[in-house]
Design a protein around this ligand. Structure first.
Ligand SMILES: *Cc1c(COP(=O)(O)O)cnc(C)c1O
Length: 355
């Protein structure tokens, strides 16, 4: 079977095969979403997530359809007058562009791939009431360190919303540093696509109450009202919730997963150091622990990916401007040590051949 190092949709936890059968046999997939059985599943899934991810008790969890939906929920339900989007890659920029359609005067603050985020240095920061950050920029394999997220908290008095789509459940996150966190499950959760996880602090709920948006089926307050009753505003993706429940029961606490992810990332970068390719990100301090990328000339990258596929290894294409000149490797927890070994051997044996 192929092994996928694509950074989303990504390799599933091997146990998911078995959970799919269990879901079918349990009968939950045909149950009404107002039934006691579904409400119980929802409550248990939220509790398991909160425990395994070590969330502060007062933070609430809701499910959405995707991270993209979370971008829109934040725009319609949490921005009072203006959001500020600091980004260095394609996903942060997309978030900004989606928000701009609803709030034409939201502000973009791009920064360089090798530059650390410096919220205190942004001149217009005080005019915004929501600061939007991308914790792990999946497109270029950079991440914002916990230290810089905490520094952002000190530098900005408003609400902070963080897109952690390709890092949540893969590394420990400094929850207190932000009010809104979100992800979708086809990245570090090792699950099939089709479910988003939205986490909000009490401050975010207060802001939603001030903004008082009730215009949408997915207005934050309406979503919340349902989740407080262990229900959802619309017929949910019960299968995805069930699979998330099972995976959350299976995985180690995030502190342990974090150690493993960082050790594996170090090993990837150490290997790249020995090979004649350059990491996409030069500055070690801003390299992502969950997505590793290296760059090279287009023909070489193309041949390498083609050869990998013949050997049953799916490498991630580059993204946006690096589409054909970089390779991304998901360093997600669902990938087994065996599969990592397979790719390491492949890279060692093939990079020189195609250079
Ligand atoms: C994958 C990804 C998204 C989009 O996720 P969807 O589930 O397609 O909405 C958003 N932001 C980041 C950082 C991502 O990696």
């Amino acid at each position: 079977m192929n092994v996928s190092f694509y950074p989303g949709p990504s390799q599933l936890y091997p146990e998911v095969e078995h959970y799919l059968t269990d879901a079918y046999r349990s009968g939950i997939l045909s149950m009404n979403h107002r039934s006691a059985a579904f409400m119980d599943l929802l409550a248990q899934t939220v509790a398991a997530l909160s425990e395994k991810l070590a969330l502060p008790a007062e933070y609430e969890i809701y499910f959405t359809s995707s991270a993209t939906e979370c971008w829109e929920i934040i725009a319609q339900s949490l921005i009072g007058h203006r959001s500020l989007h600091a980004f260095n890659g394609a996903f942060g920029q997309k978030w900004y562009e989606y928000t701009r359609r609803l709030f034409p005067d939201c502000v973009a603050q791009p920064f360089g791939v090798d530059e650390p985020l410096d919220v205190a240095g942004i001149a217009s920061v005080e005019q915004a009431d929501v600061l939007c950050l991308t914790h792990n920029e999946t497109s270029n394999a950079t991440a914002i360190s916990s230290e810089l997220l905490l520094a952002s908290r000190h530098a900005f008095a408003g609400l902070i919303a963080v897109d952690a789509t390709s890092s949540m459940a893969g590394v420990a996150l400094p929850w207190e540093a932000a009010d809104v966190w979100f992800a979708s499950v086809q990245k570090c959760f090792g699950l099939p696509p089709g479910l988003g996880v939205l986490i909000v602090s009490p401050r975010a709920v207060e802001q939603a109450q001030r903004v008082a948006d009730h215009r949408h089926y997915n207005s934050l307050l309406f979503v919340r009202e349902n989740f407080l009753k262990n229900q959802t505003p619309y017929t949910p993706n019960t299968l995805a919730i069930y699979l998330l429940y099972r995976v959350m029961q299976q995985v180690s606490p995030i502190r342990q997963i974090d150690v493993q992810t960082r050790q594996r990332a170090q090993a990837w970068y150490a290997l790249l150091e020995k090979l004649p390719v350059a990491p996409l990100v030069g500055n070690e301090a801003v390299r992502s622990p969950t997505v590793v990328a290296f760059r090279g000339e287009g023909l070489f990258i193309g041949k390498l990916k083609e050869r990998a596929l013949i050997e049953g290894i799916v490498l991630g294409n580059g993204y946006g401007e690096w589409k054909n000149t970089s390779v991304r490797i998901a360093n997600f927890p669902a990938i087994t040590d065996e599969d990592i070994h397979r790719l390491r051997v492949f890279l060692q044996n093939n990079i020189l051949k195609f250079l």
